[in-house]
Design a protein around this ligand. Sequence first.
Ligand code: PHE
Ligand code: ZN
Length: 871
Amino acid sequence: MKTDTAPQSAPKKIFLKDYAKPDYLVEHVSLTFALDKTKTRVTARLSVKRNDGAAADAPLVLDGEDLDLVAIAVDGKSLGEDAYTYEHNVLTVRDVPAAFTLETEVLINPDANTKLSGLYISNGMFCTQCEAEGFRRITFFPDRPDVLSTYDVRIEADKSAYPVLLANGNPGDKGDLENGRHFAEWADPHPKPAYLFALVGGDLAHKQDSFTTMSGREVTLQIFVQPHNLDKTDYALDALKRSMKWDEETFGREYDLDIFMIVAVDHFNFGAMENKGLNIFNSSCVLASETTATDGDFELIESIVAHEYFHNWSGNRVTCRDWFQLCLKEGFTVFRDQEFTADQRSRAVARIRDVRRLWQRQFQEDAGPLAHPVRPESYITIDNFYTATVYDKGAELVRMMKTLLGPEDFRKATDLYFDRNDGTAATVEDFVGAMEEASGIDLTQFRRWYSDAGTPQISATEAWDNGTYALTLTQHTDPTPGQDDKAPRHIPVRMGLIGPDGPMVDEKVLQLKEESQTFTFDGLQTKPVASLFRGFSAPVTVKRELDTEERLRLIAQDTDSFNRWATAHAFAMDLLKSMAGQQEMKNSHEALISYAKAIETIITDETLEPAFRAEVLRVPTETDIGRAVAQIDPDAISEARRKFRRGLLETLKGTLSDLYTANLVNDDYDPGADQAGKRALKNAALALLMAEPSDTTAELALRQADNATNMTDEAGAVSLLAQSNRPEREDALSRFYDKWKHDPLVVNKWLVWQALAGGEDALDKIIALTRHEAFDMGNPNKVRSLIGAFAMENPKAFHRADGAGYDLFFEKVRELDKRNPQVAARLLTATEAWRRLEPKRRDMLGSRLKALAQEDGLSNNTFEMAERLSD
Ligand code: PHE
Ligand code: ZN
């Protein structure tokens, strides 16, 4: 039988405008897996039906990658070699009837699957990852999201090595077979696209619980892990139950199978995957105990468990017609998980964290060579479009529509969307259409947010005349790749006016639709300061002239907590930019003191949540500063940040010590918002105290590390020592390693701290770590912890003046590309700001990117990224 003799097809661009319905649909799939490490046999029976409107002579075209075809039959009749072709990852069968059964048998090699797409092995267990195009690496199939089928699955495997056998849906028969093997059957009654298929086989333990849905059905909940991790599943299980309840209350969405399972795997390309009824998680996004996971890890786990669960409706019950519609499920689901976190914890703090993340990842993307619309128009490989733009900006678009519609009509719209599109593959247009229909609001202009890349820049100017305040807002968006002219967008501006003694008018949502609009407010006693884009009501940047007095007024008196933080943050950024020689600032020394005093008032205000105060106290990272400047000089930025922290410390020293002591937590550990907030504030105080660590401060950090009973405090202290050049550094790091070397997730933190470290020999130490037993190029978490963190968050080492940082990076990208193209391509995003580097570094990095793009033998993933980056 045939194997694909020319599997590597030349990079080909796929366009949204070329979308065509599939010629054939698959109504039902029966799969049998005979699991074996190197020779897994997959038998597939597809009930195929010609689609409406397809030509009678249309061939059946199926995707198939790295498959060894053993047998193929149509309606029980084996096909001769001339009845089909298999080349360039495509199986074509000619002369098929309008409805028939296709049977194929293939062999695949999970052990050789280093791409972690399709069926692979992680720590001795079988698992799958099919989004976006992994199912074609398991069997021949129309591997596109608009082909929805019901599935039944039979798994056979060695019983002692793989006692647990799981797939989507509800469990069926199971039993023993000959030769120490056994089987298990599963059936999923809900039609789904192939990317939501999943299978697991391994020696796993599980924790179990149950949830009673709003209509009174009992659902079994199970989390499967390697047996030694069983004590780390409670939090995820609890988060899952809270998510199920929240989605019923907030969106009216009920779960629809008898069982919901989560499996933790150590080797995973992303965070987690929403396979129907069988979510598969990167173990870093599910396992937690107080001694091994930080408060931040707990919060992340809670949000990812929620995210994947929410996909059951936004993604699975209503899926995407094609991959250009990815934001339909991802943007909406991120919005849903953000709202869940805001409801479970603190809304203001959640918003600050989400916006920080948007600035860090999405604004950067939108401003560089990788900029693309939330709904892209073309791609070579869709793997490269699981981006901050699709996810995080996609979520902002949903949030803006909610702002425009108001909460009641928004809920009507999501109900309408779910009801109307349930069981189908939908489009962004279906979603926006439902918003319009439920509210009567015209979103024609708003749709530009989906089609146009780039972050709008808003300039605000103000005029005051005799009781009338006039606010003029002007919008402009710079060109992005392939899009030169940008028409004005429909922008919701949530705002208020703040007088010297507090708020002066009620909050309003202004509609900015023109290139420039003036909004006036009459009958005011004194000139107000506008609080603009409250709660970050639109993903834009704002340019305005505020003097220190106006800034201080907003920091102290704005009734919108997000804007209090945002104003303080903008003030800090301006100070940092001026210290880095990138911006003029009058009286910058006095300004720094004013800033320090302003944040002192906040961080000592006991009426404010500790987590909020901690956010205000956090100093932007070197990478954050790099994103804000016109030209990146890593050394100047590093020096500016050092000076800024020392300046703050001078003014705030006493306050910080007091804060530290006042926020010690003596109760039993709880990962919830209250305790986590106190620890965050205490550790933020310690971080600033460590800006210039005296013996006493270093001693304090050491003591915290040694006496810690939870990972938040232990990691907080050791990471600060690791960033310092104190003599205690090496000892603290090596003791941490000895204590935790049995736990890979904890060791990953240790890798990150060292990847971020400063000092002249920083890079040499990172190179040495690539040869350390704790590092493994085969594990994406390790790659991200060491290479990813170094390239994205340690600008001084990465952009070392002699180019040695780039050399290490490109060596690792090339090495990884041979093994795992998805992860290699993603690493390249670390270079996206290269054009803004100072000239010498820009040339060094730019020429390396160009050389890479020209290289033979690259994966499509890495080729596409290198080309877009260097174009
Ligand atoms: N769909 C997953 C999520 O966002 C992400 C993912 C994409 C995981 C591709 C694996 C592969 O929840
Ligand atoms: Zn998702």
